[in-house]
Design a binder for this molecule. Structure first.
Ligand code: ATP
Ligand code: MN
Length: 301
């Protein structure tokens, strides 16, 4: 076991096994994961703010066992913040990790928490969604370009309602479209209802290529618009999170021009980004997902 100490502000963090390869196909190590999260923290932290985080940990790398960790580990450092979530099911309190500064991101990365998943709401108002989400999943025979097509149609339908939307890759197979809300009146009932209504409407327009129903048998050759993620207890991978894929891909915010460009070029690779790509993009144009955390919009009544 090797150890390294890194200084962040006036805090010193112990990092174990920084040379351990977590992505065997590319040789991306735990140290690289830590360096990535440290470098991306400036644009990522606004999207983690107040969010109970679910850690998806891969102690032996992407080819090894993994587990979801919702309850923040007991061995966390004393300075790490947590957020308490009251579980309605059995009326017990759950303490989630709150990753609200660079040190806590590095601490999570050191646990090989490659993927960071968050809900739509932030503390203290955990009953209020900060955004509405459409999770676009390509069924068998479809890819991210089919998702791009559906995302653009959804964007236009939302624009007709006076709503702006932003997009990111999932870092895996599909795309995520967010409608920023960030207003007091927002409710999961309303966001889920609108998401369901638009998903069903796109399905009726193009039933051969779009489905709004969960059943797996319905999905071949189609894009599944998952509207049901608009629920208090459900998570979506956080913007800028790594994914545990063969390569260190990232859930990457993209501009609508890029979504259109990729579709026009017929090139799915244009919607796939690794950690190194993302850091270059952030240097170039900052946070393309900033509106998700900041823009205030009201759903039509
Ligand atoms: P893809 O593009 O491959 O669909 P994705 O991240 O959108 O990637 P989904 O399977 O569509 O993956 O799930 C959407 C979100 O739901 C995930 O980002 C994750 O936060 C959450 N999720 C999915 N499966 C689980 C699970 N088994 N346990 C906890 N959360 C999950
Ligand atoms: Mn998905």
């Amino acid at each position: 076991m090797t150890e390294r100490t890194i200084a962040i502000g006036n805090r010193r963090l112990r990092v174990s096994n920084p040379d351990k390869v977590l992505y065997p196909e590319t040789g991306f190590t735990k140290g690289d994961v830590i360096d990535y999260y440290r470098a991306v923290s400036g644009v990522m932290l606004p999207h983690l703010r107040g969010r109970p985080v679910t850690l998806k940990r891969y102690p032996d790398g992407v080819e090894g066992e993994h587990f979801f960790e919702k309850s923040c580990p007991e061995h966390r450092p004393p300075w790490l913040h947590t957020v308490t979530v009251r579980r309605k099911r059995d009326d017990t309190d759950m303490h989630y990790c709150l990753l609200d500064n660079v040190s806590s991101l590095v601490w999570a990365a050191n646990l090989a928490a490659l993927e960071l998943h968050v809900g739509m709401a932030a503390a203290p108002a955990l009953e209020r969604p900060r955004a509405l989400v459409f999770d676009l999943d390509p069924g068998p025979g479809c890819d991210v370009l089919d998702c791009a097509d559906v995302a653009l149609r959804l964007r236009d339908r939302l624009a007709d309602l006076g709503l702006e939307a932003v997009a990111k890759t999932s870092g895996s197979k599909g795309l995520h479209l967010f409608v920023p809300l960030n207003t007091r009146g927002a409710t999961f009932d309303a966001s889920k209802e609108l998401a369901h209504r638009l998903a069903s409407s796109l399905e009726s327009e193009d039933p051969d290529r779009v489905t709004a129903t969960m059943s797996r048998s319905e999905r071949a050759g189609k894009v599944f618009i998952d509207w049901s993620q608009n629920t208090e207890h459900k998570t979506t991978v956080c913007a800028y999170s790594l994914r545990a894929r063969r390569r260190p891909t990232v859930s990457t915010p993209v501009s609508w021009d890029e979504v259109e460009g990729a579709r026009r070029a017929g090139d799915p690779e244009r919607l796939s980004f690794t950690a190194a790509d993302v850091l270059r993009r952030v240097d170039g144009h900052g946070d393309l997902f900033a509106a998700a955390a900041r823009k205030r919009q009201r759903l039509p009544g």
